[in-house]
Ligand binder design. Structure first.
Ligand code: ZN
Length: 398
């Protein structure tokens, strides 16, 4: 199954909330002849690359690399390879911006790019290290007071330019930091599963299951073919395939669980599925009971939440998909949409169910704190206050 991990993970992360703050820190460097020469030289070479790429009608970094890298390195041995890469990337971005309609040119002292290999910031020490055409230099910088708050942020990129009129070297750093997640006390996240979504969270995060279903479908197709064959080698292959399918699902669950527990909530509410499969449960619920993948996801969430010191509560799952998460009355579910006759509320049915699960989790917490203010929660898995030597309970899973 040729789905590479990063793409898939990116798809999973799309809806999650890693909010990154970004700022630009503008510094002035003390005058330095070598740096000024480096800027001028870089821009001259960049113009050469721009010309070659423009004539070849391309702004693809890999194509421009093949066209220019070796020649540039031979012609200008004093330019470090990372610097050649930086100017190539910058040239490609300029051509892309112009849509190859016109040949852009760099001015002699316009800003040049530094990537992480040729630029190292030691802002807390007030030093930056930069590559030049004469090797690496360390330069003392004074950080203006207004930028002091950013000295422990991660530096994402750096550009250096020279202001000829004022005779000043300017170093601009783009710095980033992940926003701190604000946790309310006893904020509850509800988690539900649906048909189109492997998991739906009450804070509007969806983990679509189309990829999972596609992969499983292809396994099933193969399984049927192998079963029909019935030969010994087909049976062997069948066993191998079923192991691979299980590992695929476990891997997906592992990654989804990680993203679920990373949400800014300290309590996670799941449906209690430890009941017998009986007809009055309803089709939807029985399907979940039979779905080992979904139960596995619940277990993963539980372990990982525990490791982070978060609490997991299990709620009664009856009518979570038929109850209105706004007014609490019984409504109807048609296909993907939940509709409430009483208050007119409409919502994605899985999201409505996830919100009901969150509401029940909240209720459970409130009841627990009313009955016994200091007692541990029922059904809750909380990290023990004191370390014990006992091995953790094994959870039945074959
Ligand atoms: Zn309603």
């Amino acid at each position: 199954m040729g789905m590479n991990r990063p793409t898939f993970l990116r798809r999973l992360c799309l809806n999650s909330l890693a909010v990154v703050m970004q700022r630009t820190v503008k510094l002035t460097l003390p005058s330095d002849e070598v740096l000024v020469k480096t800027i001028k030289f870089y821009n001259e070479v960049c113009n050469e690359v721009l010309k070659v790429a423009f004539e070849a009608r391309t702004h693809s970094k890999s194509r421009v690399h093949r066209l220019t890298y070796r020649g540039i390195r031979q012609k200008y041995p004093s330019l470090q390879s990372s610097m050649v890469q930086c100017l190539r990337d910058q040239a490609c971005d300029m051509l892309k911006r112009e849509k190859l309609e016109r040949l852009p040119q760099k001015k002699p002292y316009s800003s040049i790019r530094y990537n992480q290999r040729i630029f190292k910031p030691y802002l807390q020490k007030g030093i930056v290290s930069l590559s030049t055409i004469e090797g690496r230099v360390k330069i003392a910088v004074s950080i203006p007071r207004c930028y002091e708050q950013y000295i422990d942020w991660q530096v994402k990129s750096a550009t250096l330019s020279y202001d000829v009129r004022l005779q000043k070297l300017r170093l601009h750093l783009v710095v980033k930091k992940e926003t701190p997640q604000k946790l309310e006390r006893n904020s509850v996240l509800g988690v539900d599963s649906g048909i189109l979504n492997h998991a739906v969270l009450s804070n509007n995060v969806f983990f679509a299951s189309n990829h999972i279903r596609a992969v499983k479908g292809s396994y099933q197709f193969l399984r049927q073919k192998l079963q029909a064959l019935g030969t010994r080698s087909a049976k062997r292959l069948l066993r191998k395939r079923s192991g691979r399918e299980k590992r695929f699902q476990a891997d997906v669950n592992h990654r989804i669980a990680k993203l679920v527990v990373a949400q800014p909530f300290n309590v996670i509410a799941l449906e209690k599925l430890e009941v017998k499969k009986v007809k009055k449960n309803g089709k939807r619920f029985n399907r979940k009971l039979g779905n080992w993948a979904w139960r596995q996801l619940q277990r993963h969430v539980e372990y990982k939440a525990e490791a982070l010191g978060k609490t997991v509560v299990y709620v009664n799952p009856a009518y979570t998909s038929k109850t209105c998460s706004r007014c609490g009355q019984i409504g109807t579910r048609k296909g993907l949409v939940f509709k409430c006759k009483h208050c007119g509320f409409q919502l994605n049915a899985d999201l409505n169910a996830a919100r009901n699960i969150a509401l029940r989790g909240k209720l459970l917490l409130e009841q627990a704190s009313v009955n016994e203010p200091n007692a541990p929660l029922q059904h809750a898995s909380q990290p023990k206050a004191e370390a014990t030597c006992k091995p953790p309970l094994s959870r039945g899973g074959s």
